[in-house]
Design a protein around this ligand. Structure first.
Ligand code: ADP
Length: 351
């Protein structure tokens, strides 16, 4: 498998509008054979929202996996080259020391809860922390920090427009949820959400942050690829419940970050809802969702198990009341404190 043989396959795919193959139409920005049978293709279409983009992306994946059955293909779709104004405006993420992606294979495993409590734990260690809530399917950071209904202001600096994040409990918060009605969330999928996130990433008026945690949507998809390609993520943390940890979604998520073209270090797994201890039996641990799954998976995948967080009522209540429990419940604090310390250790190694 060579770059030439990959290009030959791509030349077999025609863009319905140009009537020409996608290589001659100029839509293939790069197509490379990497190590270990990985193929990486970046498509850049001429239009901002090319209606055929998704169809062609799938076609490319299928054609390459048919032609090279042993290979793994990653296709990144980029928008039309950004307008010059965008490029001139300096991105506000440039000053942030560490950008940490908080991801999960599936929804409902506690990813957003972990992100919010980690933010609080890092704050309590003395760091300046921000959260970017990019979970377009269920933006929940506004609720977790009690700032639902916050209407971001725009601020002009040096002739450029910036969006002012909410400030709650010493943490800077920007959420896609400030811009959408949850009832409309479905129509925000795809290109619109990608465009909106692009603005939130590059135009939020963050302060001097030590850590920006990005609460990603569950799973893997275009939103992830777009964020990964737009911003330098220092490391990724995967949140899972014990029974979900080895399932395909988590494995795919880890592979996405580890893909050679992406190259984001996976710092580890946080096992959430690891066990339950009733108040009246403080020495007992009930492993409701199974035991040892995360440890086994982490060891097998060569990933660290960063922390195990039990099911604690105040974690759920704190999220509902707009104040993450790591900030006020001494039974909860040590678990997130440990996870935060491990993250600080990991980020120190990346410097
Ligand atoms: P996700 O972001 O993965 O969709 P959430 O963070 O919204 O998941 O969590 C799902 C639900 O589980 C929420 O109601 C949250 O309060 C609750 N929850 C998450 N982690 C815990 C925990 N360790 N103990 C108790 N409740 C939890």
């Amino acid at each position: 498998m060579t770059n030439e043989s990959i290009e030959k396959v791509l030349k077999g795919i025609v863009h319905p509008e140009t009537g020409e193959n996608i290589v001659d139409s100029g839509f293939v920005e790069r197509a490379e054979a990497g190590t270990e049978g990985n193929i990486s293709v970046t498509l850049r279409f001429a239009k901002t929202r090319d209606p055929f983009a998704e169809k062609i992306r799938r076609h490319v994946e299928e054609a390459l996996s048919t032609a090279f059955p042993q290979s793994r293909t990653m296709v990144i779709v980029k928008e039309a080259a950004p307008k010059p104004r965008r490029r001139e405006q300096p991105t506000t993420t440039a000053r942030i020391r560490n950008i940490v992606a908080v991801a999960s294979g599936k929804g409902g495993v506690g990813k957003s809860t972990v992100a919010a409590n980690l933010a609080v734990a890092l704050r309590d260690m003395g760091y300046n922390v921000g959260i970017l809530d990019a979970d377009i399917y269920g933006p929940s950071q506004p609720k977790m920090f009690g700032c639902e209904g916050y209407v971001p202001d725009a601020e002009k600096r040096d002739g450029n427009d910036y969006i002012v994040p909410a400030q709650r409990q010493g943490i800077e918060i920007m959420s896609i949820g400030f811009f959408i009605d949850p009832k409309d969330a479905l129509m925000w999928r795809g290109a619109m959400a990608v465009n909106a996130l692009h603005q939130l990433i590059h135009q939020t008026a963050w302060g001097e942050l030590d850590y920006l945690l990005i609460d990603l949507p569950p799973g893997t998809g275009d939103i992830h690829l777009s964020i990964i390609s737009e911003v330098k993520i220092t490391g990724a943390v995967i949140v899972s419940t014990p029974q979900q940890v080895a399932v395909a979604d988590v494995v795919r998520g880890v592979e996405m970050f580890r893909h050679p073209q992406v190259g984001v270090p996976v710092w580890g797994v946080i096992e959430n809802m690891a066990w339950f201890t009733p108040d009246e039996l403080p020495d007992n641990r009930y492993y409701i969702f199974g035991r040892g799954g995360a440890e086994r998976y982490a060891a097998g995948a060569g990933i660290d198990l960063l922390a195990q967080i039990p099911i604690i009522q105040s974690i759920m209540e704190g999220s509902d009341e707009g104040r993450p429990a790591a900030g006020f419940d001494p039974r909860v604090e040590p678990y997130y404190g440990e996870a935060a310390r491990r993250i600080v250790e990991k980020s120190a190694k990346e410097c």
